[in-house]
Design a protein around this ligand. Sequence first.
Ligand code: ADP
Ligand SMILES: CSC[C@H]1O[C@H](OP(=O)(O)O)[C@H](O)[C@@H]1O
Length: 405
Amino acid sequence: MSVQVRPTYEPLNELTVLDVVKPLDFFDASEQNQLHVREIGDGNLNLVFHIESATSKKALIVKQALPYAKVVGESWPLTLDRARIESDALLKEAESVPHLVPKVLFSDSALAVTVMEDLSDHVILRKGLIEGQIYPQLAEDIGTFAAKTAFYSSDFYLHPFEKKEQVRKFSNPELCKITEDLVFTDPFFNIETNDFPAELQPDVDRIWNDKELLKEVAQLRLAFLTKAEVLLHGDLHSGSIFVKSDSTKVIDPEFAFYGPAGFDIAHFIANLALNHLSQNAHAKEPFHRDSIQSYLLQTIEKTWETYRETFTQLWNEKATDPFAKTEGVLESFLQKTFQEAIGFAGCEIIRRTIGLAHVADLDSISKREVELFYKKTALELGAKLIKNQRKLTNITELTDWIRGA
Ligand SMILES: Nc1ncnc2c1ncn2[C@@H]1O[C@H](COP(=O)(O)OP(=O)(O)O)[C@@H](O)[C@H]1O
Ligand SMILES: CSC[C@H]1O[C@H](OP(=O)(O)O)[C@H](O)[C@@H]1O
């Protein structure tokens, strides 16, 4: 009788990662001794290894969760189950949008490892945007990604038993708690881990004392906590998207869970809005600033339009919900999703400005007074979105506000 011994978890290094890779037969026998390994992780949480054959230049990526948040260290323990969630989410997303996610080649929940397609010929969207690049396919790809992953995971499409099984499978309490704290709670209170320049204190005080704003944030937070509408990526910022001119790939779904439908699209829009603001400082000349800013606003508009049209088409063709043909049901779902997305986007803009985890778009502005000016503007925009979410009915009203910020 043979006994299968499950590998026990230990953090990989540039040598031991080869023990994971070699048995996969991804590389030919002749390449196995000429593999070049680099740890390239630049995110907040995990190890990422790039393994390349010195001869054929074929490469793959091994991502491993650490039992703590890398950005803080061992004092912030964090579940390894996030690696299982990430690989399961990539596989689930690949069922509806295979061209928009990296291929998963192997995963092992005990080692907290996902082995995936190497996307080094792409760049991280945040970096590309800060440099002033434009990506013509981005809006259509992200609108399609968000609409298809939402519809196919929703009660509008799935049998209720299957939907509830998926909710159970993607239960992600520890990673959700990070979002509950870092996005929906800490930036709105005087919490030690908030991070902002002292000069912003009067603007931050205004947020902390704005009762109308806090009431709206409490409702958005409750929606995040309680609405298991669709399977979300859960952290769809511009650092979670790889791009090149003719391709978009959404990576890093370790925050995936069932939540409110507007959440992913909100985070994408918020991060484009932050880049839009920062272009006032980054763009080398006014002509270039105007063209990248107008590209960003068009991208926001087209992303929402693509989401709305794709979701509507799937609804008309495939919805199983008994009320699918009842007049106004789809429209009211989309309107609620849109308005909630405006509020979530406001929270993301505020937390990326004064919370624990910032964005390079604003933080890399070299002149201090310019950085402060645009951070104040970001806080004003975020608060305006949160307080006025229910007044907006059209995406161009939102882009008008971002343009005018
Ligand atoms: N499939 C991939 N191909 C190439 N590089 C990758 C891939 N996945 C991740 N990376 C690199 O590793 C970095 C961190 O990955 P990410 O999944 O965002 O980690 P974290 O969960 O720690 O934020 C990315 O910014 C990118 O540079
Ligand atoms: C300590 S986690 C902070 C922050 O990091 C995550 O992003 P990423 O893993 O892409 O770097 C997520 O946005 C969390 O809110």
